[in-house]
Ligand binder design. Structure first.
Ligand SMILES: [Zn+2]
Length: 147
């Protein structure tokens, strides 16, 4: 695996994690349909929020490039960026849990994060998504591929 130069050790570690996760994701690349996504969100709500978050609909959207997910609490609707497709399940589940938590608590205050602590892979998923953002910003370095 070729690692771009000039990365700090922490960045490098995150990058390796992202690459390994990408490899794992390729093995389970089937994309869930909207109905399956909604079911999945209902299951996650039952598992981590005692069923209190009630998602009415969950769907993929392609017009959302700066946010991974969003929701409209009044409608119970959740939208996920299509950029999550192909990422590991625990990352998609994290974004679902994040939006489910917003159906109960608006904003990102202490109450919100306390609620999300019940999803055990929150930290790892956030690290993964940060790694994706960092990797997107890596400049193309001519010759870095050993050309
Ligand atoms: Zn949020």
């Amino acid at each position: 695996m070729l690692i771009p130069a000039r990365m700090s050790e922490a960045e490098e570690q995150r990058w390796v994690t992202v690459m390994l996760d990408k490899l794992a994701a390729q093995e389970s690349k089937r994309v869930l349909g909207d109905a399956e996504l909604t079911e999945r969100a209902e299951r996650l709500s039952a598992q981590y929020f005692g069923g209190r978050a009630r998602p009415a609909s969950v769907r993929w959207v392609t017009n959302q490039n700066t946010r991974w997910g969003s929701c409209t609490p009044a409608e119970g609707s959740i939208r996920l960026s299509h950029r999550l497709q192909g990422m590991p399940e625990y990352v998609v589940d994290y974004v679902l849990c994040h939006e489910l938590a917003h159906l109960l608590v608006p904003g990102h205050g202490p109450d919100f994060w306390r609620l999300l602590e019940s999803y055990p892979r929150t930290e790892r998923a956030r690290g993964y998504l940060e790694g994706v953002v960092a990797a997107d910003r890596l400049p193309h370095v001519p010759g870095a591929r050993g050309e």
